[in-house]
Design a protein around this ligand. Structure first.
Ligand SMILES: *[C@@H]1O[C@H](CO)[C@@H](O)[C@H](O)[C@H]1NC(C)=O
Ligand SMILES: *[C@@H]1O[C@H](CO)[C@@H](O)[C@H](O)[C@H]1NC(C)=O
Length: 532
């Protein structure tokens, strides 16, 4: 008889657990890939520790073999100076190392930065304004904000803090040399020794239009308006573009802008390479300073609206998925490069900021398409290029030797490399923040495990040749600095508890406000205007 109450308690406990289980289960919609290990704090912490371990592994490889060079080739353990030899990987890693509170790495990088001479360029005499701005400069500016904010306990050495500031200003001054052109549209190649540019006739839309966050931040920190004025003058040509007939649709541009007069030069464009972060920064500049850049948000909304109305494309048999084709004039081509996938997150972020569910849903359908693309390969990772058909035309069927189109063959990966690009995972981060649907965390975790499985080398993580081969094919011996700045950071942020950090993307729809915004290389900037 004494055992009855005990059994009763067990039975009650079991039914209670079942109710909780059932309630949790029915709260989510798409649980297909979600194993019922819930995302409690212990699970999340375990995952973050794994991600930090991978970060440490890659850092150890880079710093052992190539400290101070731009990147490590993680198969041959040779070094590259493809960004002028200022230690692109070391500097690009700084903001992530701060976020992970890796004190030793932070110190090592700050000592390295304090000794850098920005007048010395390796392998030529010029550096690229765009790349160095978003990577090196962005990371140093972010480090400044983080070390004066939530991570102020991390570096006590006053000399190191001061030299970060001095070096940040001297890098800003060197980069400013790029803007001395008749129109203010910068040229992309800058010789910091002579403070001169190349004599190129054009710059890309992304190259001229993704500098505003970084230069505004330097002006904010130093109190000197000069920097932000340079970036604003360049940006103005794109915010108020001319000739207007060169815009295929309202707010949508081609890829090149003329240095002589700031005029648009072509009508071939996309949300991918050459233009991507121009659209991204229209929104992010507004998040950074909602008072100063409200007109940029209007331009972003215009481009977003045109994209939904005129550009978006859905693969045959899968209307729930959305791709972004590239355009030549008003003609669309159903191919998408890997960089374009950031757009999913950008639409979601813009939708949250402006409280517009249409924009959020559109962004989610892009993020979900990224999920489908990752899941259709043997490695579980997406490729560099993807094409699709929306109408099952003859050309598509002939190209891929298809009898007929189905939901399962209307999407084809045509560039099978995986170059450790972060854009799909970045979009999942925003998708998760908007929906809290655990499937996005699961997808990110699966991608992480796939990267561990097929990209890992003795000294880091390598790009691979074939996402459709179970082992990833050949290791391409490349590990760009964005692996440190973006891949590890987005994976980690996705596994940080929901209400744990004000640098998370916040949900404006529920009255939360964003006090941080990520630059296009995922470096965190504290906002300057009224938070939105
Ligand atoms: C939300 O965004 C869509 C797509 O751009 C647009 O058509 C609609 O007017 C927006 N809604 C509001 C209330 O602004
Ligand atoms: C693709 O779909 C068609 C039609 O539904 C089906 O006959 C075929 O078996 C499917 N192929 C694969 C590989 O799933």
């Amino acid at each position: 008889m004494r055992s009855t109450p005990k059994r009763l308690i067990v039975a009650l406990a079991a039914s209670c657990a079942f109710v909780i289980f059932y309630l949790t289960w029915s709260a989510g919609e798409d649980r297909s890939s979600f194993s019922f290990r819930d995302h409690n704090d212990a699970v999340l912490k375990g995952r973050r520790q794994a991600i930090e371990g991978a970060f440490q592994h890659a850092w150890d490889g880079y710093s052992e073999h190539c400290m101070g060079h731009d990147s490590l080739h993680p198969v041959s353990n040779t070094c590259d100076d493809d960004f002028g030899g200022w230690g692109a990987t070391a500097i690009d890693t700084l903001s992530t190392a701060i976020l992970f509170e890796k004190e030793d790495i932070v110190r090592q990088i700050m000592i390295f930065i304090s000794k850098l001479d920005f007048a010395k360029v390796t392998g030529g005499s010029s550096i690229q304004l765009f790349e160095v701005t978003i990577r090196h400069f962005g990371s140093m500016l972010s480090a400044h904000d983080l070390l004066h904010g939530p991570f102020s306990h991390l570096v006590n050495d006053k000399t190191l803090r001061e030299s970060l500031y001095t070096q940040m200003v001297s890098l800003g001054a060197a980069l400013s040399c790029g803007f001395s052109t008749p129109s203010g549209i910068p040229r992309n190649w800058v010789d910091p020794t002579k403070c001169a540019t190349d004599d190129g006739q054009s710059n890309t839309v992304a190259g001229a239009g993704s500098l505003i966050l970084e230069f505004a931040k330097l002006s904010e920190i130093t109190g000197h308006q000069l920097y932000v004025e340079l970036a604003k003058r360049a940006e103005q040509h794109l915010v108020d573009p001319h000739p207007v007939e060169m815009m295929p649709w309202p707010g949508v541009l081609g890829s090149f802008v003329r240095v002589a007069d700031g005029q648009l030069m072509d009508m071939k464009g996309s949300w991918g390479s050459l233009a991507d972060s121009f659209y991204e920064y229209l929104l992010k500049a507004y998040i950074y300073d909602s008072k100063a850049y409200a007109p940029y948000l209007e331009r972003w909304k215009l481009a977003a609206d045109s994209t939904i109305r005129y550009i978006a494309s859905h693969p045959y048999g899968q209307p729930q998925y959305t791709f972004l084709p590239y355009w030549e004039g008003k003609k669309l081509f159903n191919a998408m490069d890997s960089l374009s996938w950031f757009a999913g997150g950008n639409f979601i972020q813009g939708g949250m900021i402006t409280n517009n569910q249409t924009l959020i849903d559109f962004g989610l359908s892009i993020a979900d398409t990224g999920g489908a693309m990752y899941q259709m390969t043997a490695t579980g990772l997406g490729g560099e290029f993807v094409v699709w058909t929306d109408d099952c035309n003859d050309g598509f069927r002939e190209q891929f030797h298809l009898e007929d189109c189905h939901a399962n063959n209307s999407i084809q990966i045509t560039g099978a490399e995986f170059k450790l690009r972060p854009e799909v995972i970045e979009s999942w981060y925003y998708a998760y923040r908007a929906t809290k649907n655990p499937k996005y965390r699961e997808w990110a975790w699966s991608a992480y495990r796939a990267i561990e499985r097929v990209c890992k080398t003795g000294s880091g993580f390598s790009a691979i040749s074939d996402v459709n081969a179970p082992n990833g094919g050949k290791k391409l011996d490349q590990m760009e600095s964005f692996v440190f700045a973006e891949i590890f950071k987005y994976l980690w942020l996705m596994h940080l508890p929901d209400h744990n950090a004000d640098f998370h993307m916040q949900d404006s729809r529920t009255g939360e406000h964003n006090t941080w915004v990520l630059n296009t290389e995922a470096h965190l900037f504290k906002v300057a205007g009224p938070p939105v």
